[in-house]
Design a protein around this ligand. Structure first.
Ligand code: MTE
Ligand code: MO
Length: 399
């Protein structure tokens, strides 16, 4: 019962009594060791997703990818993390789906998926990360989904350029934002999920209205049939089940723009309240790295050990990744593998020889092409966004 109580406290939309009973029954029988929820319950809660994902919330569905499943450049659709503020809309009718483009435009549009697919297509490979990824590591703790390392993944998105849609609709000059929302409906008193993209980013040729994820139709949990892709920016700009775009000369006035997804403009003492006037909307991701092998807690034989993972920094390139195998006492440069792909994470590798039976705390610390470096202590902020301390795993060397 302890787990249920904690989840109810941190989840702003507590489970219903019926769900609690179902959950209690599940926990009584097949709880998997080490997982927050039994994996069979996780699989039940989100059809089409791998049962190894870790449920951080079941209603709405928030599923984290275990680090072991993040070792490939493209993250397969069935293991890609899921972040929903509201339940996945049921029964989306592809034939009836329309994307409305309206507001300050000369000719409002209502386009079907077939019509969108007739427009010139573009693809972009993007590392998508929830702004709250790593929230669980902040001290003092911050309310919200307690993501650890795996609210991040990389996919190839294909669709139509948002700029082409705005042109086709005849967006009036001088407009400053595109407001965007999807077909998901609020739970209870929750405000509707509406976000805004500043016009310069909306007109960027890499900003897409996507209908494919890794060359497949976008899975329902990820926004079928359409989602926005705003490369390099925190995940909440990537509106799923997208059906409404509104060109505007002013800011959207809803909760998720005016209050949610904001970050302090000046340094904050950990735990302190921040005045609303000292908060600004989040935009781009910060520089960060993730060790995908060896896994935390691995036991390896003496000999060569290859440390590998990914580093990303929104729209910047990764300029270097340093690795420490002695808990940060000394650092050495890792090899950056392959070529940089704008907006996507970059593979790094570093091999050392473990000679004796020992324990190693291994760290990775990335730097980006604009001089950003992963800080030892990420800035505490009231919503627990943008955690980006150097990653760490501990391994045992045993013959
Ligand atoms: N319509 C809608 N779009 C949404 C959300 C949502 O709750 N509703 N969540 C956002 C957040 S917070 C993130 S991090 C990403 C997660 O995308 P994913 O579930 O495909 O990984 O979707 C964004 N798009
Ligand atoms: Mo997010």
């Amino acid at each position: 019962m302890a787990i249920i109580t904690v989840m109810a406290l941190i989840d702003p939309h507590p489970l219903s009594r019926r769900e609690l009973m179902a959950l209690a029954a599940q926990l009584g029988t097949g709880a998997a060791a080490g997982a927050l929820w039994p994996t069979d319950l996780a699989a039940q809660a989100l059809p089409g997703k791998d049962a190894r994902l870790v449920a951080r919330s079941v209603r709405p569905p928030d599923f984290e990818t275990p680090v072991a499943l993040l070792d490939s450049f493209l993250t397969p659709n069935d293991v890609f993390y899921v972040r929903c503020h509201m339940p996945v809309p049921a029964q989306l009718d592809l034939a009836a789906w329309k994307l409305a483009v309206g507001g300050e435009v000369g000719s409002p549009l209502a386009l079907s998926i077939a019509e969108l697919k007739q427009m010139p297509s573009a693809s972009v490979t993007v590392t998508l990360e929830c702004a709250g990824n790593g929230r669980a590591f902040f001290d003092p703790p911050v309310a919200g989904i307690q993501w650890r390392k795996g609210a991040v993944g990389t996919a190839k998105w294909t669709g139509v350029r948002l700029a082409d849609l705005l042109k086709r609709a005849g967006a009036r000059p001088g407009m400053t934002y595109v407001h965007a929302s999807g077909a998901d409906r609020p739970l209870g008193t929750q405000p509707p999920f509406v976000r805004q993209v500043p016009m310069a980013k909306a007109l960027d040729p890499d900003t897409l209205v996507a209908y494919a994820m890794n060359d497949q139709p976008i899975p329902s949990a990820h926004g079928f049939p359409l989602r926005l892709v705003v490369p390099g920016w925190e995940g909440a700009y990537a509106i799923k089940w997208l059906n409404t775009l509104t060109v505007a000369a002013k800011e959207q006035d809803g909760f998720w723009v005016q209050t949610g997804y904001r970050y302090p403009t000046k340094r904050v003492a950990p735990g302190a309240a921040v005045d609303a006037k000292d908060m600004a909307p989040l935009t781009g991701l910060v520089v960060k790295s993730l060790i995908t092998r060896p896994l935390d807690g691995a036991v390896v034989p003496p000999g060569p050990v290859t440390v590998a993972g990914f580093a990303w920094a929104g729209d910047r390139d990764i300029s270097k990744v340093d690795v420490s195998v002695d808990a940060g006492a000394t650092w050495q440069p890792a090899k950056l593998v392959g070529q940089p792909v704008k907006y996507a994470w970059r593979r790094f590798e570093f091999t050392f020889t473990a000679t004796t039976e020992d324990t190693h705390t291994i760290l990775s610390r990335a730097a980006d092409s604009r001089g950003g470096v992963q800080p030892v202590v990420p800035a505490w902020n009231p919503s627990g966004y943008l955690w980006n301390a150097p990653d760490q795993v501990r391994i045992e060397v045993k013959a």
